[in-house]
Write a protein that binds this ligand. Sequence first.
Ligand code: CA
Length: 239
Amino acid sequence: MSERRASILLVEDDERTRRAVMANLEGHGYGVRGAADGEEALVLWELRRPDLILLDLGLPGIDGLGVLRRVRRDATTPVIILSARGEERDKVEALDAGADDYLAKPFGMAELHARLRAALRRTLASEVDPSGVAVIGPLRLDPERRIVTVGDAELRLTPREYELLKVLLANAGRVVTRGRLLRAVWGTAYAEEGHYLHVYVGQIRRKIAALDPDGALSDLLVAEPGVGYRVRSADSEDS
Ligand code: CA
């Protein structure tokens, strides 16, 4: 699957937005099908099995979350949520239900293209690199040896700091919700303890900065207010 020939299902009930985004994506070589509601989306999903889904949350009939849950029953196809203002809670729920990323409306086409490329590249990367070694700039995490390095120096992390960084790096370029991070690193009993994350991310940032005098990694860990954290993508064009 080359990125440029990737097939996309765009689910959006606003006709002007749908037409404009479809025309732009087709102009960039993507194959695009449009759906105006959840029922049509699920029919096209069954028929076409697209490489990626752009999914509006607020839809007549079956809403975006319903579409996402149906898709996630049998596929890991990347799903990027298109969320309107006022859908903060829905957005987090969608990310926790397995959406890969979100774009807040109104979004620019350059941002949409960057997210698309990142999501499609993750699909390709997970197919060709089972070792799980993550590399972003001078930072490298080797999960088999449980070692993180910045340049030639070892980044000494506590076990929780290491797990937190590992989860974020495994999802490089995509936002990971606070709830998911807390459950992954601390366990379900801590799902509401969002302030832990703030403290631990701060510690990781300081330790990286001490080994990174040029600041090449200064924007590595990005806070997404109200949602969670994101490690910038390995590809600098997305940062
Ligand atoms: Ca809508």
